[in-house]
Ligand binder design. Structure first.
Ligand code: HEM
Length: 846
């Protein structure tokens, strides 16, 4: 990310008029308010956090945690900080991490009133789903519907599907295994496996992902993605999400493209987790940085995945019982069903929450078993004793639900790997929360990191860092459960826990009964990367079939060995591995950080030295200053800053001069004449109560595939070639108009043809003639564009939602570089601000 940022900054430097005194003076002034904005909250200490120790930068700025989150090892870093500072660590100006199992109850439990923080806003797409709904009443309504879907009774109905895909999974492994034996030399391109020394060598992680996606695809949407059978990470995505969503059940011609879903899910997790720790007001700006833009795209693509899957399900109705059918039936207290968007968002939530959580955990369990031959053999013995005489290829839930060692193995791996490792941020409710005698007032953000809680020596013993399932039988169960937090606590705890537990029991027992794993390289660390979830990067063991245990097989081999990606500690020998393995110890920083976090720790961690702090502050301030400058320019408000740029633009290219009439404003204000102007999705202006309720929301430009010969809009075959979705009209209109300049050059004749009618008056838009009609502006002579605007009415929630979801479709289209274009014609921006920001009643026009 840093190289992307560097490239962006470099590309912008030539456009900065350093020679201009106005510009420079303004630039020098910018850090002052920024410094004050950081210093004042620190001095006011509204959330009683000043006395909490933590990295120096974290006391003043969210940049520290933003940076750490983007580096992919947040839990490791926070854990190191707790080792250094103790129970309380300040992670941001208003965010305290508390490493105390007792705090789980205080911060997360039912009835304490804490809510999810704005961290979760970064995870919203389409519509808020159960996971990212923050409002208590809204959440309670959804939770009531969804938790009924995941009751133990309902979950048992899903068992046949789970077993089906586990058997497909093992069939594929058996097939690859046979091929591997025949062709010892190797990989034929089906998922990176190869045969060597009588073993099948493969990366388990993608396979566990295929399995989890197919299971959840089937459970949530009624059909799998087909990843196991195709041995490929690929799933369809709706190109036009809004259209597809609006025509559920009736559109068989919708266009879909295939994307690597697992990859997109990873990108989305990293993006949202690091965007979530950035203050909301910064997010639109940060979103423009290259790394974040990619992540933003992943969020949209992932939404398209759910849209496609729901559409497929509705287009081929079935009587099957799945999550979607249950969600469709689910009613809230008032008997209301979910709307399309909410239903899709909920299905997406299940897809996200129920896929890589399970696959990462399965992968980690496999790894820990491969790294601990003694535990693996003990588990296999338990499975053989319990199931040895059974002919079933895949275990049933009934067979394995009460196998104590299996349960202990799974719990131990969930404890150590903790796919949900980070402290989940909650806002202290009215009256505040008190932890260990420290009172945090209402509004303070608190979190308890599972990663650190799961390594607490008081709860887990001196060997808390080791993988040793026996501890689950040695210690008092209440103490263990108190500090065991893989599924979180309270009203926001995992709603799919029953399903996840059943999946893990069936997957691990079936696979371990059939295969035996050994580590390829016990010296290699178990490498992970963390976004919202902590994910293994690969799991590459070798496996052999266990003939004696699976009598129906004809080609099994003797007990075997596996290789895998990662063994936790580089000093562990294979002998010691067979005793007590190998989890990174908390005392060795570099090991714990898997070799990747040195930078994060040295610069941004607890040891941040003054020169490094100064360097960081300098870079940070410069970046923020540049962001503010661009923001100012784009909004057209920074007259001082804008001036030289405007001059440069004037000399560089011919500016587009707007005509007399504020065309866009007039089109909209025709409402005053009683004309209902249809805009965008069909939101009509005459539905509004007044102009003060209307906020321009987005602007879309359509380009015809053929040059238009007629002024009539209906004759113009259009395709969207640009959507600008800024936060307000000025940006949208200036972006669109700038793009118009790009697309229509050379400009069409200045005189319009006689297409003007009473209903469709002709306005001058720059030196291009335009016609208005139904809220659209289209060029007449030599027409090549139609511009339409969408509005949102924030005070009319329903309409705002309609407009918001509309933008999801349009955002498929890449934003033009014009947003970064220093030569953007600012006159247009200013003009539109002048017209559009004036609310009704105060407008000079209206
Ligand atoms: C090993 C597997 C799993 C683990 C470790 C896990 C863990 C968690 C955790 C820690 C949370 C709380 C997140 C937060 O507060 O930010 C959560 C929430 C959630 N999980 Fe899971 N989960 C797993 C599997 C599943 C499955 C299979 C489903 C459904 C198909 C699911 C659905 C959900 C949903 C919908 C929520 C949000 C609940 C709410 O906010 O009310 N999870 N999960």
């Amino acid at each position: 990310m840093s190289s992307d940022l560097l490239t962006t900054v470099k590309s912008l430097i030539p456009h900065i008029p350093f020679g201009d005194a106005n510009y420079l003076s303004a630039l020098l002034l910018v850090p002052v308010p920024i410094l004050l904005a950081h210093l004042i909250p620190y001095l006011r200490d509204s959330y009683n956090q000043r006395r909490i120790p933590g990295p120096f930068l974290a006391r003043f700025s969210d940049l520290w945690i933003g940076w750490v989150a983007s580096q992919g090892h947040r839990s490791d870093v926070v854990h190191q900080l707790h080792n250094k500072y103790g129970t309380f660590v300040r992670l941001a100006p208003n965010h305290v991490s508390i490493a105390d199992p007792d705090a789980l109850q205080i911060v997360y439990a039912h009835g304490n009133g804490s809510l999810k923080s704005d961290f979760y806003d970064a995870f919203v797409s389409i519509h808020r789903g159960l996971f990212n709904t923050r409002d208590r009443a809204d959440h309670a309504r959804k939770r009531k519907i969804v938790s009924a879907v995941f009751s133990q009774k309902n979950v048992l109905e899903f068992e046949p599907s789970i077993r089906l895909y586990v058997s497909q999974f093992m069939n594929q492994w058996d097939r690859l295994y046979d091929k591997a034996l025949k062709n010892q030399s190797g990989d034929d391109g089906e998922g990176g496996w190869f045969g060597k020394d009588g073993h099948l060598w493969l990366d388990c992680l993608p396979w566990y992902n295929y399995l989890a996606f197919d299971i959840i695809g089937d459970l949530a949407f009624g059909s799998p993605f087909g990843m196991i059978l195709n041995a490929k990470d690929s799933a369809p995505v709706a190109v036009s999400q809004k259209d597809v969503m609006n025509s559920y059940g009736s559109n068989n011609d919708a266009v879909f493209v295939h994307i690597p879903a697992v990859q997109i899910l990873n990108d989305r997790g990293e993006f949202s987790a690091s965007m979530g720790v950035i203050p909301p007001s910064w997010r639109p700006w940060v979103r423009m940085l290259p790394w974040y833009r990619k992540g933003g795209k992943a969020v949209k693509n992932l939404a398209g995945l759910a849209v496609a899957a729901v559409a497929k399900r509705f287009n081929s109705p079935t009587d099957r019982v799945d999550l979607l059918s249950k969600l469709q039936e689910g009613r809230d207290d008032e008997g209301n069903l979910m709307g399309r968007e909410e239903l899709t968002a909920e299905a997406l939530t299940q897809l996200i929450a129920g896929s890589d959580t399970t696959s990462n955990s399965s992968c980690a369990i496999t790894y820990y078993l491969a790294a601990n031959p003694r535990v693996q053999e003990k588990l296999q013995k338990e499975l053989d004793d319990a199931l040895g005489s059974e002919d079933e290829y895949v275990s049933t839930y009934e067979q394995v639900k009460r196998l104590p060692y299996l349960e202990a193995v799974i719990n131990e791996a969930l404890r150590l790997h903790s796919t949900s490792s980070i402290g989940l941020p909650r806002i202290a409710p009215e009256g505040g929360l008190t932890v260990r005698g420290i009172h945090f007032p209402q509004g303070a953000i608190l979190s308890v990191p599972s990663y650190t809680i799961h390594r607490d020596k008081k709860s887990w013993g001196e060997d808390a860092d080791a993988f040793r399932p026996e501890r689950w039988f040695e210690r008092d169960n209440a103490t263990l459960q108190k500090g065991f937090n893989p599924f979180s606590y309270g009203p926001r705890a995992c709603v799919g826990r029953n399903l996840a537990s059943m999946e893990l029991l069936i997957i691990i027992s079936s696979i371990l009964r059939r295969y035996h794993f050994v580590l390829a390289d016990p010296a290699k660390v178990f490498d992970t990367r963390e976004g919202f979830l902590r994910k293994p990067l690969e799991c590459r063991p070798a496996s052999r079939l266990r003939r004696a245990v699976v009598p129906t097989l004809t080609n099994g081999l003797a007990p075997c060995q596996v290789r895998t990606m990662a063994s936790p500690s580089s000093t562990v020998t294979s002998e010691s591995a067979s005793q007590f393995p190998q989890q990174p110890t908390t005392t060795n920083t570099t090991q714990n950080l898997n070799g990747n976090d040195e930078q994060g720790m040295n610069i941004f961690g607890m040891d941040n030295s003054p020169p490094l702090v100064a360097a960081f502050l300098g870079i940070g301030l410069f970046t923020v200053a540049m962001t503010v400058v661009f923001a100012w320019r784009r909004l057209g408000r920074g007259r001082l800053l804008v001036q030289p740029v405007r001059q440069a633009a004037r000399t560089a290219k011919k500016p587009v001069v707007l005509g007399e009439k504020p065309a866009l404003w007039d089109v909209w204000t025709r409402r005053a004449e009683g004309v209902g102007v249809g805009v965008g999705l069909g939101v009509t202006i005459d539905m509004c109560t007044g102009w003060e309720n209307i906020t321009p929301f987005s602007a879309t430009m359509f380009c015809p595939t053929e040059p238009a010969t007629s002024a009539k809009e209906s004759d113009v075959e259009s395709r969207t070639c640009l959507t600008a979705r800024p936060r307000n009209l000025p940006r949208s209109s200036s972006s669109v108009l700038s793009a118009i300049r790009q697309y229509v050059r050379p400009a069409p004749p200045a005189t319009p043809t006689s297409t003007s009618t009473a209903e469709s008056p002709v306005y001058e838009l720059g030196d291009m003639p335009v016609r208005s009609g139904s809220g659209d502006l289209s060029l007449t002579e030599g027409a090549s564009l139609v511009v339409s605007f969408t509005i949102a009415m924030p005070r009319r929630r329903d309409k705002a939602v309609v407009a918001a979801s509309e933008t999801l479709d349009r955002d498929q289209v890449p934003m033009p570089e014009v947003l970064y274009d220093m030569d953007l014609d600012l006159e247009l921006g200013e003009y539109c601000i002048g017209s559009m920001e004036v609310p009704c009643g105060k407008s000079k026009d209206g």
